[in-house]
Design a protein around this ligand. Sequence first.
Ligand SMILES: C[S@@+](CC[C@H](N)C(=O)[O-])C[C@H]1O[C@@H](n2cnc3c(N)ncnc32)[C@H](O)[C@@H]1O
Length: 289
Amino acid sequence: MSTIQQLLKKSTLDKVDAKALLAHLINKHLNWPKSAMISRDTDQLPQPLLEEWVALEKLRAEGHPVAYLIGKKEFFNIELKVAPGVLIPRPETELLVELVIDFVQASGKKLSKILDLGTGSGAIGLALAKNLPNSQVTCVDISAEALKIAQENARLLNLNSVKFIQSNWFDDLATALPVEEYPFDVIVSNPPYIRHDDIHLSQGDLRFEPVSALTDDHDGLMAYRSIFKEAATFLNTDGLILVEHGFDQSKEVCELLQEQNYINIKAHQDLAGIWRAASANRAASVKLG
Ligand SMILES: C[S@@+](CC[C@H](N)C(=O)[O-])C[C@H]1O[C@@H](n2cnc3c(N)ncnc32)[C@H](O)[C@@H]1O
């Protein structure tokens, strides 16, 4: 027999990780809220919980991400189901959600059409749908496994009007969407941007995440080249294109936007002061496809 206090004291895991795993287990096995981690920390825990704790503690020690072990991750103001088929949403990606909300609110439009390219768990698209009730959100991913999880998240969050399309970026969009559902007011994306030879791919949580969500198997800029080339034909003249990029890619990503004749190109810093995103508008001269 053991208590929360005893398990935490004995565990060699990082304390934050150990607490997250235990909070998950007391909720799953005993339906206790997170506050019980303090209020009931000397209560004896049941055997099935202790057995699962041993298993989870071992997996975490081997490096498995906490979010996959507990099957969920908080992002912006929503909770998302996550599994090894999708990237674990990162706090820095919340910057994209904030920038889109600001843009849509400032536009004063009655209905804003938003496209989330490479939706993964649905993080960006679903956070936007939740916080912008006057929006119509479409989420695209090439991965059927990711789309299944994103759709499940939409259902759990009661965001039933969000559309999901399996496509290689824009390839199948025009055939899958009725014409009245685009051009979009916002195209937002957090694409795979890690270089194929980046050492981080074989370290930490990244070892357990889908490779196709992390890297383009090239120089880290391939997704931007494809997306920027085609996005103009799916974007309203006054619309916004916004992408996340790596900590050292701001210059290259802004240059790629420039090469494709986007205007009002801006670089954005995240809360840590890292240049983390780039945005632009579509030049009026680009013809809609
Ligand atoms: C970095 S993850 C971002 C996931 C999610 N948007 C987030 O921010 O947590 C990139 C996503 O892009 C998807 N993806 C990769 N290549 C793609 C392509 N050619 N077309 C559409 N989606 C693609 C991956 O499957 C993955 O879900």
